[in-house]
Design a protein. Structure first.
Length: 368
């Protein structure tokens, strides 16, 4: 570090600003390189498919192509047999969303002319579909592994990755827990109790069932144990709840008249600009649960909600439910309420813990 940067604030500030601009340029360059590489992989996949390369050049085609490309481009990574097969599936998965697709023999200019088909499906806009070439190749490979023959589902995960800036591990978690099938599926009365713009957003922020695998409980477990396990893994719990949830407290105390009321879990959602009261039950759904939840929602509206906040939402998460019965049960309430189930596919059996060595056993084994 020079003396000048230590004694001259203007100079030091300029150096800091230059460093920031350089980092921003690096990020932009990386994004541009990623986009161009994705377009190349797409065009490569198109070549493989349109040339009918596998049938034309035999079973060893991908092995030969991999070796020949590596020989032609020494030191360049990304041409393994696996990568070439991914390129083929990348093209097959998204081909219907891309127009001006490169044809066999087209040059580099064809990559620049690739556009997105604006009307593949009504809900797909050019801006959203363009995101196909925006997420990292590693993310695409994870999506292709599961949904290479289901482009609509694949595009859902592309969109979510862009919208919420998912890392590869977060994407993998939601692929493993089938977010596409769960998102927005809670039984609710939002359409009749919230303005249209809020009801759609609130519905999309729900899931059914919620996946609590991360709790790591053994059966049987009590309600208190489940809540404690969820809060001990609060980061994963918030991730599962969805975007915009901020944790406010458990057994949240409200002074209501001469009584004290304790809410199971209280959150605030910044996208909805609303409090969300969550009640967790380890039993099947019962109509009586809604009465208690509705009362808590009303209390929060009176005691915590500010004029700028939207209506408080109540979410009941039960071990299981009958969807028809749950929907009928909601009809008598004018508070926005939702009902979801939860699952823990990785719950250990009750006798599993007894088969594990204790700390004393491990220490004794090490001494021996």
């Amino acid at each position: 570090m020079s003396k000048l940067i230590k004694i001259n604030n203007d100079y030091a500030s300029w150096i800091k600003h230059l460093s920031l601009r350089f980092r921003q340029s690096q990020i932009k360059a990386a994004v541009k390189v990623n986009s161009e590489m994705l377009k190349f992989y797409f065009s490569l996949g198109a070549d493989i498919v349109t040339k009918q390369a596998e049938s034309k050049w035999g079973d060893g085609f991908f092995k030969n192509l991999s070796q020949d490309l590596q020989d032609a481009l020494p030191g360049v990574k990304g041409f393994s047999e696996t990568s070439l097969k991914y390129a083929k599936y990348f093209y097959l998965t998204y081909q219907e969303y891309v127009i001006n697709r490169p044809q066999v023999g087209d040059g580099l200019d064809s990559l620049q002319k690739m556009e997105i088909s604006p009307q593949v499906e009504d809900e797909i806009t050019p801006q959203i579909a363009a995101q196909i070439f925006s997420i990292p190749w590693g993310h695409h490979k994870l999506i292709i592994d599961k949904y290479k023959e289901q482009p609509q589902k694949a595009l859902f995960y592309v969109h979510q990755t862009i919208k919420y800036n998912w890392s590869r591990s977060v994407l993998l978690n939601f692929l493993d827990t089938n977010l596409y099938e769960r998102q927005g599926k809670a039984i609710t009365n939002f359409k009749t109790t919230l303005p249209a713009v809020d009801s759609d957003l609130a519905q999309q922020l729900t899931k059914d069932p919620y996946c609590f695998d991360f709790a790591g409980l053994t059966e049987p477990y009590r309600e208190k144990e489940l809540k404690e396990a969820l809060l001990q893994n609060i980061t994963k719990f918030l991730l599962e709840l969805g975007n915009g949830f901020a944790y406010m407290g458990k057994e949240y105390r409200l002074q209501v008249g001469d009584t004290e009321q304790f809410l199971d879990l209280l959150f605030y959602n910044v996208e909805l600009r609303a409090y969300v009261v969550v009640e967790v039950k380890v039993t099947s759904f019962e109509p009586g649960h809604l009465g208690q939840l509705s009362a808590y929602v009303s209390c929060v509206n009176h005691l915590l909600k500010k004029p700028a906040d939207n209506a408080t939402i109540g979410l009941l998460v039960c071990k299981d439910k009958d969807n028809v019965f749950a929907q009928y049960s909601l009809e008598g309430y004018n508070q926005p309420l939702g009902i979801s189930g939860f699952e823990m596919s990785k719950v250990m059996p009750a006798n599993f813990k007894s088969t594990l060595p204790s700390i004393e056993d491990i220490e004794r084994e090490l001494k021996d």
